[in-house]
Design a protein around this ligand. Sequence first.
Ligand SMILES: [Zn+2]
Length: 189
Amino acid sequence: MVRVQPGEPVKPRTCAVSVSGDGGAGASCYRFCYPRLRTSFLGVKLPRMADDPRESVEKLEALGVRGILLRLARDGQIVDVRCEMPQCYCFRGRRHFEPRSARPHDWEPTADHYPRLKMHGGLLTPDNVRLGHRLCNKRDYIWRMKINALLAKRMSLEQIAEKLNAQKVPTIHGTNRWTASSVRKAFVS
Ligand SMILES: [Zn+2]
């Protein structure tokens, strides 16, 4: 255990990973050594870098997020808290999130099963998660379920678009009607 005397400057522990040929204790070292740690160590604030994973951890914690999203952030696997869904509807932008509460909010953070969808057996494992607003996630799921079923019936994209319009399925962002190309765009995104 490293003992630090009062007043003694706290040095980062020597990193076994040599990042920039400086022995590993340089600035880049923080990206590898500290994502799991707090913003300060023994009362001394640790320096920040761009894309510092600790910022994502703090933001997610402040939003009341637990589980896989927080774990990914702590492991340095989320460096930007933004909606990663192909279509984002949040009028305040991809980086705006509301805290989680007892009553689900459209703009609260959720974990989306991606690239392997939940309905195809995907699990919320580190290699199969993206961060999204609850509403963006929900809409993505609705399209995929509907479009998948219609594709299985060998309907053309044009026919699928007509069907989605008739069922008043919410369209992709920036459009007010489904078209053959927007069906394709939604499906392949
Ligand atoms: Zn979104």
